[in-house]
Design a protein around this ligand. Structure first.
Ligand SMILES: [Zn+2]
Length: 347
């Protein structure tokens, strides 16, 4: 499968944080041909192991499988679904979105509604409608009717956005944070073929609500080094200062120097930069980022694990639809694989 095809399958799947099983199954299927063993730990992190030589370093790759989304919180007596937010979502982008509720009886479509603007008071119209004043309309007549079609408290809810390749290697779709990183991980294993290091490619759960899967997986894997494969904000759109988001779409993988949870280990940064320069892979450096990745949590596991982050610049992350350049995914995988191949020069 091509990068475009893999991203399409992963992007269209539902993996709202805490309910990652659809994505987990796809990842097992995609990683299996390139690994010696697949483990699923008790929290349902996927760990694909590629065995190397016993004395060579063990490296963990971490790509989180979850996405920001919603969850059914209550159902009103008139059959409207009230919801909670799973992960960081801006309330302003919720209104009028088409969503899919994944019920025990299958997927149900709905739309996010609110009080119509015509009957809102002047002051109301100026205010942001927060998520607790919104609801999902699934066309049910009553609470009983909603239950009958399968809607239940706790069901995960994802945005109904279908993956589309716009041409010029640019694609749009949902959950690019972090299905894009998942694709980078699959492609890295594909490129690796034989290596001296043991590689544990981990699809982590619940990153969006506090890097939880990575914490448990890193303890279990106990690697010598780790790389988080994720996305970063592409700031190359109107209204964004370069100071706030310097990464640009289509200009290669971004290497994190520092973010809110990690200052990349200097040896890891050197290793990644040298690898990119040697193979002439384009890259961008980012420092002082406000967000963070699984690497933040992995780096303080056990006695400490040197970590780095390779991210694909992606526009509009944490909104219903993102945009990515497929070449950046290819370059990120090629950089990750190259770095692993030449690890002996650095560690
Ligand atoms: Zn992410």
């Amino acid at each position: 499968m091509s990068i475009n095809e893999i991203l399409e399958v992963l992007s269209n799947a539902c993996g709202v944080t805490g309910r990652e099983s659809q994505v987990k199954d796809i990842m097992v299927h995609l990683l299996k041909p390139y690994s010696d063993e697949i483990q699923i730990d008790k929290l349902e992190n996927v760990i694909a192991v590629k065995n190397g030589k016993p004395k060579a370093p063990k490296i963990m790759l971490a790509a989180h499988m979850d996405e920001v989304g919603l969850m059914v919180k209550t159902i009103t007596k008139d059959g409207f679904v009230k919801f909670s937010k799973m992960g960081g979502i801006d309330d302003r982008i919720l209104l009028a979105q088409k969503v899919i509720i994944y019920t025990q009886k299958g997927a149900r479509l709905g739309i996010i509604g609110s009080k119509p603007p015509h009957i809102q008071k002047e002051e109301e119209r100026k205010k942001i409608i927060t998520y607790d004043d919104l609801f999902i309309d699934v066309g049910a007549e009553s609470k009983e009717d909603a239950s009958k079609i399968g809607v239940a408290i706790g069901d995960p809810i994802a945005f109904d956005i279908k993956y589309t390749n716009l041409g010029n290697d640019v694609a749009i779709g949902k959950a690019f944070d972090n299905r894009v990183g998942c694709v980078v991980m699959v492609e890295t294993l594909k490129l690796l073929k034989r290596t001296d290091c043991t590689v544990c490619a981990v699809g982590t759960i619940q990153e969006e609500v506090g890097l939880r899967g990575a914490a448990a997986a890193a303890f279990g894997v106990d690697p010598d080094l780790a790389l988080a494969l994720d996305v970063t904000i592409a700031g190359d759109v109107p209204g964004v200062r370069e100071f706030d988001a310097s990464a640009k779409m289509g200009k290669g993988p971004a290497l994190t120097i520092s973010d809110s949870g990690l200052i990349t280990h200097p040896k890891v940064l050197r290793w990644l930069i040298d690898s990119a320069e040697e193979k002439k892979i384009p890259f961008q450096l980012e420092s002082g980022l406000l967000g963070s990745t699984d690497a933040a949590r992995i780096s303080i596991t056990r006695q400490g694990i040197p970590c780095g982050t390779i991210s694909v610049p992606t526009r509009y992350i944490h909104s219903p639809v993102g945009m990515v350049h497929l070449k950046d995914i290819e370059d990120s995988a090629s950089l990750t694989a190259t770095a692993i191949q030449r690890i002996a020069k650095h560690f």
